[in-house]
Design a binder for this molecule. Structure first.
Ligand code: ADP
Ligand code: MG
Length: 405
């Protein structure tokens, strides 16, 4: 689903008023009846509403639905994109939209700029995109998820959760991107200049990087949370670090986090640990050696902590972020939103081998052996530069971006 902002600046205040009315009406109507749209928009003349409706439908921001009982309109993904962007424009957090820098199964990631030209990342949640497509193909556009919430509602919930998690974690000093804004299904955050850890083949201190990642998992759990999708795809290795001792990683992608009180907490924790272990063993040929004399304190030979953390042994609660952000499973009394739960269940460490876009980025065996031969002090795959962060200066990036007002 592409984000086309080209019509944004031509929409009038009335158009937005009517678009917002369709959104409001969608809360309790699958198809919002035209008279209700008019009423909620607060527009004075019916003809004004009709004109706006017709313009919005032409741009596919709303779509006309024929119901058995009445005709009406429904907000489309384009429509909710426009509403969220407009909100962020009004708050001065976004000014222009640039290229896509990542397409996940459940999200689109864009590089955007604020008014001062600072680059940021805009993550648009698109939960159930695949199911949504097939729903549309079946012409059963109105089908709701099993629990009664639409995919659009769930995307909105997921974005809200992610923003809350990130805000809390950032304020506590965790290595996560700084979150700037959230509207509906969109989260705006700091752009991390770097590359996904899955491309990492060399690093100045692999044992320390491993240990720092394990410490992150344990500290996160001490604060009450488990990431549940902690792997080489959701860890960005920064291009540059200020502090020499900094291993330069940042963790992203939080909507599926659970509380350490979740009934499967032990399992999710262990799986996060195992994912990192597996990556280091397979791609970096590194396995921490437990130091037998230090086994009890969980140290290991290289002098770093947490060769292989265990939930029951190593997690000691020191904070209650899970309760503050109402992470899934934080309390039996508050089981969380079941429909969101079901929807994000698949995001908890899914099988990445099926993701074409991610696989296509992987190096071929030939490229790998070339790298090994070259012996260059290169920490990652340079092809990535051409693909995404590019060699644009801030200025040229600014030109490429599409102004949305
Ligand atoms: P998904 O939930 O679809 O997996 P992610 O949050 O993991 O979405 O983002 C997908 C990809 O977009 C990441 O793998 C990363 O390459 C890129 N990305 C996401 N957030 C940022 C960020 N703040 N800075 C730089 N790149 C990012
Ligand atoms: Mg991800």
């Amino acid at each position: 689903m592409k984000l086309d902002t080209s019509h944004m600046r031509y929409l009038t205040t009335d158009d937005f008023r009517v678009l917002q009315a369709v959104e409001q009406g969608s809360r309790n109507h699958e198809v919002v009846p035209t008279p209700l749209i008019h009423q909620m928009s607060g527009m004075r003349s019916q003809s004004g509403t009709s004109r706006a409706i017709s313009d919005l439908a032409k741009l596919s921001l709303i779509s006309k639905m024929r119901n058995i009982k009445y005709d009406g309109y429904r907000l489309t993904y384009n429509g909710i994109d426009y509403l969220a962007l407009k909100t962020m424009l009004n708050r001065d957090t976004v000014y222009s939209v640039g290229n896509t820098i990542g397409v996940g199964k459940e999200s689109d990631i864009y590089k955007v700029s604020d008014k001062n030209g600072n680059s940021r990342v805009m993550k648009i949640h698109r939960l159930g995109r695949t199911s949504f497509q097939s729903v549309r193909n079946n012409r059963d556009y109105l089908k709701k998820s099993n629990q009664g919430a639409s995919w659009m509602d769930l995307s909105r919930l997921a974005a809200g959760k992610e923003y809350q998690f990130m805000s809390m974690l950032y304020s506590k000093g965790f290595k996560v991107p700084e979150p700037f804004d959230n509207s509906r299904h969109i989260v705006l955050m700091e752009l991390i200049e770097g590359y996904p850890m899955r491309r990492l083949r060399k690093h100045k201190n692999i044992p320390k990087l491993y240990s720092d990642l394990m410490c992150f998992i344990v500290e996160l759990a001490n604060s009450g949370l488990i990431h549940c999708d902690f792997n080489e795809f959701n860890i960005i290795i920064k291009d540059e670090v200020e502090d020499e001792n900094d291993c330069g990683f940042v963790v992203i992608d939080f909507p599926q986090c659970v509380s350490i009180q979740h009934q499967d907490a032990d399992y999710y924790f262990q799986r996060d640990v195992d994912c990192i272990r597996r990556f280091f063993k397979k791609k970096l040929k590194y396995e921490p050696k437990p130091d037998s004399s230090m086994l009890d304190t969980n140290g290991f030979g290289d002098g770093y902590k947490y060769a292989y953390p265990e939930f029951a042994r190593d997690v000691e609660r020191s904070d209650n972020l899970d309760e503050l952000v109402q992470a899934s499973g934080f309390s039996k009394k508050h089981p969380g939103d079941r429909s969101l739960e079901t929807a994000v269940e698949g995001m908890r460490n899914p099988v990445y081998d099926n993701l074409d876009d991610e696989i296509s980025d992987e190096k071929t065996e030939d490229e790998k052996s070339e790298d090994e031969d070259s012996g260059e002090e290169e920490y990652y795959d340079s092809e990535f530069d051409d693909e995404s962060s590019g060699n644009d200066s801030e200025d040229s990036q600014e030109e490429e971006n599409e102004r949305i007002i």
